[in-house]
Design a protein around this ligand. Structure first.
Ligand code: FAD
Length: 425
């Protein structure tokens, strides 16, 4: 850092998927002081009971920004590769079989939430203040250069502390972001009209369930894959009126079995395993309604950036929520590093930086949000699972999927491109 220049003080609210990666990628950056506030304790994993599939695009961009982190995520016992997408009816009729290499440059992965958080937080444990909940925040004055103050509370002792003079606040605090509500207003959710429920069951499937697959009975969908630790992740879905609550009687084993049992045939062996597993573990299910919020990136005064779900919580149909939080994190860290390097020792114009981040991400994020919603057509009432799934093996859908999985933003300050640029410079 140039002598006399005050470090850029960055606060990150939330050490989730996106927040932990930004903190990590900026931790050794000269001229930056990063504090990350996380409301849960270091060993608390709120989604510990379930798994997720992370798209090829997340691993592609993360491999450019930090290949060692990708190696840690791909280590044996941490995750399993996601290489195929297969869709059948619950009676066994095959509708779609897509090797991801047809639409992606690299594989994705299947992992437990608890493991994903553990791996992403491990390199920055010393920068994260755990068990500290952000409870208040605001600009310190009305003049254009005013910085931000953040109040946070120790959840063990109740003690309140302040972080003052924050030049840039990154809201990585998830779907119900307090940062977004404070600086941009509470977003209006849009309900798709689909219930999604998740559970993790012991793998007693004897090899029937492995890589990513879906099973349809009308618009009612099962999705499952194996994750490390001898477990199978299951996500079931069925339609409800948009915005309606999930009725208690829809949560019974009997109703759930009825949703997936084919009318004119017995279920296939793999579908039968999943239906039985759901009914046997009905009390362990996590219930949710599929919804999205309009993408937003920065506040008007320009010192607040939103990341991941805080910025663009989307429908989970393509498994792009956490995946895009990874993309955001790499792109944001890259923009910040590029701005610092280009500033020639002068104080950074933070509002110009946040405007650039927003401009750089908007088109890509809108595309992925919209395509995730369009790909949900098979889960809506009146859809034809056979026709609409087979359409997913046609060119328009495959071309868009390739764009999702490969169209990550180019990074200026990371990866081989950056090394080449340094040599040329
Ligand atoms: C049913 C379902 C299935 C899904 N499946 C997938 C999938 O297969 N693949 C995929 O890529 N995505 C999936 N997602 C989406 C994924 O869960 C999110 O998109 C992802 O977790 C967003 O990451 P994030 O970093 O924005 O926020 P999060 O990972 O949610 O992290 C937010 C962090 O902020 C902390 N926090 C919140 N408020 C405060 C506060 N006031 N003070 C301090 N800390 C705070 C939280 O404790 C948390 O650690 C799914 C979502 C749902 C609902």
């Amino acid at each position: 850092m140039e002598a006399g220049r005050k470090p850029l003080r960055i606060a990150i609210c939330g050490a989730g998927v996106g927040g932990a990666i930004v903190a990590h990628l900026l931790r050794d950056e000269p001229g930056v002081e990063v504090t990350c506030l996380e409301q849960v304790t270091a060993d608390d994993h709120s989604h510990a009971g379930t798994g997720l599939n992370v798209g090829p695009n997340a691993l592609k961009i993360l491999a450019e920004a930090d290949p060692e982190l990708v190696d840690a995520l791909k280590a044996p016992g941490v995750s399993l590769p996601w290489r195929n997408w297969r869709t059948t009816l619950t009676d066994g009729t095959e509708l779609m079989k897509l090797p991801l290499e047809r639409v992606a440059d690299n594989e994705g992965m299947r992992i437990r939430w608890s493991e994903l958080y553990r791996q992403l937080r491990a390199p920055v444990l010393d920068r994260i203040l755990f068990n500290q909940q952000v409870v208040s925040m605001g600009y310190e004055g009305s003049e254009p250069g005013a910085t931000i103050s953040i109040g946070y509370q120790d959840r063990a002792t109740g003690e309140e502390r302040w972080l003052e003079g924050v030049d840039l606040l990154i809201g990585g605090d998830g779907r119900y972001s307090a940062v977004r509500e404070q600086f941009l207003g509470r977003p209006e959710p849009r309900h798709l009209g689909v219930v999604i429920y998740r559970l993790l069951v012991p793998d007693t499937a004897d090899g029937l369930i492995d890589d990513y697959a879906q099973w349809f009975n009308g618009p009612n969908r099962l999705l499952a894959f194996r994750v490390p630790g001898e477990a199978i992740y299951i996500a079931g879905a069925f339609p409800i009126p948009p915005g309606a609550p999930i009725a208690d009687d829809a949560k019974s084993a009997e109703v759930l079995r009825g949703l997936y049992a084919p009318a004119k045939a017995a279920p296939s062996r793999d579908a039968a395993f999943l239906i039985d597993a759901i009914c046997d573990h009905v009390d362990d299910i996590h219930w949710a309604r599929v919804q999205e919020i309009p993408p937003a990136f920065a506040d008007e005064r320009g010192r607040v950036l939103l990341l991941g779900d805080a910025s663009h919580a989307m429908v989970p149909t393509l498994g792009q929520g956490a995946t895009m939080a990874v993309e955001d994190a790499c792109a944001y860290a890259d923009c910040i590093r590029a701005a610092l390097r280009g500033s020639g020792g002068r104080p950074l114009d933070v509002p110009a930086l946040t405007a650039r981040v927003a401009q750089r991400r908007m088109e890509r994020v809108r595309f992925v949000v919209d395509f995730s919603r369009e790909a949900s057509d098979t889960m809506l009432p009146g859809s034809d699972a056979v026709r609409d799934t087979r359409a997913k093996m046609e060119q328009p859908f495959l071309a868009s999927l390739r764009q999702v999985y490969t169209g990550t933003p180019a990074l200026e300050t990371f990866g081989p491109g950056a090394a080449r640029r340094r040599q040329v410079g």
